[in-house]
Every structure is written in C-alpha cells, then in structure tokens.
Write a new protein. Sequence first.
Length: 204
Amino acid sequence: MSLIIFLNGCGSAGKTSIAHSLQHLSPNPLLHFSMDMFINMLPPQYIAFGEKAHEGYFSFVSTQNENGPIINVESGALGDRVFGMAPTIAKTLADQGNDIIIDEVLFGDSVLKTYVDQLKEHTVYFVGVFCDLKQMQEREILRRDRAIGLANGQINRVHDGIREYDFNVDTTHTSSFELARNILKFTDNKRDPQGFKKMGSKLT
C-alpha cells in the first residue's frame, strides 16, 4: 500500500511549490505527479492558442466579472485521451510501491470518482489548497507563465461538488515549506485518512 498526498486547488494556489517542499522535507522519496506533465507531452501546436489547440489543450478568454478577466480551459479529443489517463497512471505508479504527490485541479465529481475508484487500495490524504483570489491574480501577473484570469475562472469550481478533505491549507500568507511541514505532521499523526473513503460512499 502506497502513500498518496492529493493536492487539489486552483492554478497559482501554490500546489507545485508545496509539492516541491514536500519532496525536500520528506524522509522518503515522493514522486510529483502533476497535470503540467501531461500538457508538456503534447506537441506545441496542440497547446493553448496553437493552431490545433482545439484538438488538444485549448485556453480562451470567455468573459469577465467583477474580479477581472476569466480564462476557461477546454480540452479537445486528444487532450481528453491524454488527461483521462491520469488516474490510471497514478494507480500504476502506486501499485508498484511508489509514494506520490498528486497535483490536480478538479472540476466536478467525474474525474474525482475515477481517482477514488483507482486509488482505493492505497492510503490517500486529500488536501484542499486554498488561497485568496487577489493573491493568485498577483501571482499570475508576476510569474509571467500563466494566463491572466485562470484562477478567477477556477476558484468557484475547483472546490465545488463532493469534497471531503482530510486537511486544508491556505497559501495566502503562509510559506509552502511551512504548509508542507504541517501536511507531513498530519500524515504522521493520522494513519487512516477518511476523505477518499467518505467520498467513495457518496460517488457510487
């Protein structure tokens, strides 16, 4: 049985920084399993505003609200095939004895249900990663590698639906290292997380 720390939150909420901090602080090797690696598998013309992005991973500005621009992300047939393999690949890694950090942005419950079904034989800590929207918007501007409006488009969706978090963290004012320490302390003290088990009974 492998240990899995499952981070769910908006883009720019700080999941990747927490994952890297967990890898540094953990006494045992943790594999970082992120959605960015699936994006990087795609040819450039199938990503973002490439000429074939509508078949792969396609981003577009759809609207604006009182908090600023909103970016919605859609994936085409190729993107659906690639991203749809994420739970199966995570299961394969865990089944081979690897401890994993999953870095995800979940919308709705269908993908979550697949993860719950695939990872039910393992010890999964489901962690909600939260952050103030204005802070995430500042990060989008400062990092220069994020579409402006991504967090605004995700903040009301990523934690919506069935979410039984074992642990919540907020990156607005706390460093990723400190949050990673808190997560590892939690996993050390609570050996039987219940989040995935609770969701499993609700997502049937």
